[in-house]
Design a protein around this ligand. Structure first.
Ligand code: AHM
Ligand code: MG
Length: 283
């Protein structure tokens, strides 16, 4: 696993350089979800493929930016599912973005994820690595080396809310719950980039990130394999919870297709328990 994390460190430095110096414009292509790809999406995907191909332990690559899974080493043990550049829509305003890597042993489904690595490209480069059930490690790239920062551990309750999706299309129970949190003194923290928004909640010790099913997108927007399951592992490892709209653990998801999405909620225990009761699902 350390070899994979080391390769992600190399990838992080290459993508950070790309973001700082590359062309920020659109390509002529759309990905499997129908989003027009940025040239940065395509180039980040190429960097990741190039670096991960060097690892014999990887059987298959599944990228948000590729239509189909790409087998690379028949004898490999892991399936790497990744979002090369999360937050493409906020690159033009110069906000933080990230890359997300879910490391699955065998078939890509929730129960098979063994580790997550994600990177944040902000004023500094950061990387978080998490193994199932172990407190996630956070590092920051300073002066040519990756310096350790305190591990990520959530308090039972936080103060921040990151409410995704178009509010006009929220369900009444979702709106009522989010309103109740603001009524209780929670503060809004939402950039439109899942990786930096979840990172903020993890670093600040708790809160709620929600990307619900809405009347226009009943299955939400965020992709199970590349975004949702990897962060579910991190939140549970940090002492929080990660569930869907039925109160099921996101780590139990079984995608039918690599690009399937799901409503998703990540947070500390108090906020997720409150959400379950607002949605009327089993505690
Ligand atoms: P991307 O991988 O194409 O950047 O899409 C995912 C992003 C998430 O980072 C973020 O939470 C979400 O899309 C925001 O979407 P929207 O602005 O459509 O609500
Ligand atoms: Mg994304």
């Amino acid at each position: 696993m350390e070899t994979i994390f080391e390769t992600v460190r190399t990838i992080a430095l290459r993508i950070d350089t790309l973001i700082k110096e590359g062309d920020l414009g659109y390509s002529n292509h759309a990905n499997a979800t129908g989003d027009t790809q940025l040239k940065l999406d395509v180039a980040s995907d190429r960097i990741i493929e190039e670096e991960l191909r060097k690892l014999e332990s990887i059987h298959t690559l599944i990228s948000e930016e590729k239509d189909d899974p790409m087998p690379i080493h028949a004898g490999g043990e892991y399936t790497l599912c990744y979002d090369p550049l999360d937050g493409s829509s906020i690159v033009d305003v110069n906000l933080s973005v990230g890359s997300i890597f879910g490391i699955y042993r065998g078939e890509p489904r929730g129960e098979n994820i063994v580790a997550t690595a994600y990177t944040i490209y902000g004023p500094r480069i950061e990387m978080v690595t998490a193994l199932r059930g172990e407190t996630p490690h956070r590092t920051r790239y300073v002066g040519g080396t990756w310096q350790p920062l305190p591990d990520l551990s959530l308090n039972p309750q936080g103060k921040l809310v990151a409410p995704g999706g178009t509010q006009q299309y929220w369900s009444p129970e979702h709106k009522a719950y989010i309103d109740s949190l603001f009524g209780a003194g929670y503060r809004l923290r939402y950039s439109g980039g899942m990786a930096p928004d979840l990172h903020q909640i993890l670093v600040k010790g708790g809160g709620l990130f929600a990307y619900p099913g809405t009347t226009d997108k009943p299955e939400g927007k965020l992709r199970q394999l590349f975004e949702v399951i990897p962060y579910a592992l991190v939140f549970e490892a940090a002492g929080g919870q990660a569930i869907n709209n039925r109160g099921e653990r996101l780590l139990d998801l079984i995608p039918r297709h690599p690009h399937d999405t799901t409503p998703c909620f990540f947070g500390s225990t108090t906020e997720i328990d409150g959400l379950k009761s607002a949605y009327g699902v089993a505690p």
